[in-house]
Design a protein around this ligand. Sequence first.
Ligand SMILES: [Fe+2]
Ligand SMILES: [Fe+2]
Length: 482
Amino acid sequence: MKKGKENGVKVEVPRIFPKGLKIFIIGGGRACKALLETIMGDASMEVLGLAEINPEAEALPLARQLGIPIFEDYRVVLDMPQVDLILNLTGDKALEKELRDLLKKRGRQTEILGGLGGRLLWGVLGRKDYLAWTDPLTGLFNVAYFYRALEEEIERGMRYGSPFALLFMDADNFKDINDRLGHLQGDRVLKAIGDAVASSLRSADIAARYGGDEFTAILPETQVEGAVKVAERVRKKVEGLGDSLGVSPLSLSIGVAVFPLDGVTSEELVRRADWAMYQAKKMGGNRVFRLGVGKEPPAFFRVEDALSLVSQKGEKDKFHRSHSEVVSKFSVEIGKALGLNRAMVRLLRVAGALHDIGKAEVSFGEGAWNYKEHPLIGAYMLRHVPYLRGIVPMVLYHHERYDGKGFPKGLMGKQIPQGAQVVLLADKLHHILEHEPQWRVGDLLKALGEVEKDVGAVDPQMIEAFREALKSRPQDQLLLAF
Ligand SMILES: [Fe+2]
Ligand SMILES: [Fe+2]
């Protein structure tokens, strides 16, 4: 057994633990490093020792720098009566049990915190970094931390050639659970899924809540077979949860991607894992899937492409100017008429241009795509592009009808995001006016009358507001000419 330096590191700021909480950490991986970074400088904790068997473990350089004694055998803590709290960051429950029994035999009251409990300690520390990185509902890391960790993993992979895997997980039919049992129950289910994910992973793995009912995991040093094995373990665990929670059936669809086979950037990897997850869902859910070689998910759209598409001045055949361009222009006009703010109008401009982008991909994938899936596919293409996240609902719901008879979700009335209704109205106006060479304000007013004949398609208040705005303008004012 190797023994480290005698003195622990004393960190200042006596706020929550006035006397300083004396802790012993088991596991010197990434979680430990993050923890040391967190408590460095502003919490009243004294780290009396760190147990880690792997000399290459990530937290060790920092621990040495802080003067924290490092041990190979965690049982050394049995001889450290001054320790108030043992933090098990390895995820190894058996180790925890063994230690608890041994402590009990010696009459020691020392707390052992593991897994999520260990992470919660950061919450107690009140450090804002912790909060900024954590999902409050599940206690897992959040999407911001996920991307940070992913970038780090890629960097490491590039430097040392070490592979890793990425899992994208989505609860099947979670919306039904929410609708049927209410949001509180839905939250309980998400928390349970989060626990199941965390407890099925290995200590070095990182689990995060990506958002909504989506979870991700980064599995360092893992190839395809290993990743599929871990994913299967998670899938089975969640499958078994449904009965105990009274929400059967409960299941996950899981997409797998591996570095560097499936990509060498976070975008490529996320896109492939996410798309694989979507395929798993299409095949009926409750399964693990990895995209085959040569199967490409829809491309991401870059914001520059989007904007150049909108601002393109028609060199081409004037009568065949793109549908996107017109819908973009009309969406902006409607948005202004509704008195929306500039940021929103800017989003509408892009949403109008990209609303049918999913059609470009309708021939992709296993089995034939249905036309009605183009909003969904469009949303998939756009959702990982940070600047375009705001338009995702507008694209996703641009075929929902006010009367609830639209697709893909059958949303109704005010459930439909306003921007999506704007795009739908613009889309309808273009279909009515598509064969005219030029459109004046008066033409648009007439077309609005046509749209109204399709009763229940668009919010009547929106039509009215646009009509009022158009009426106040010169009727022969040219809006667009080709
Ligand atoms: Fe469309
Ligand atoms: Fe369209």
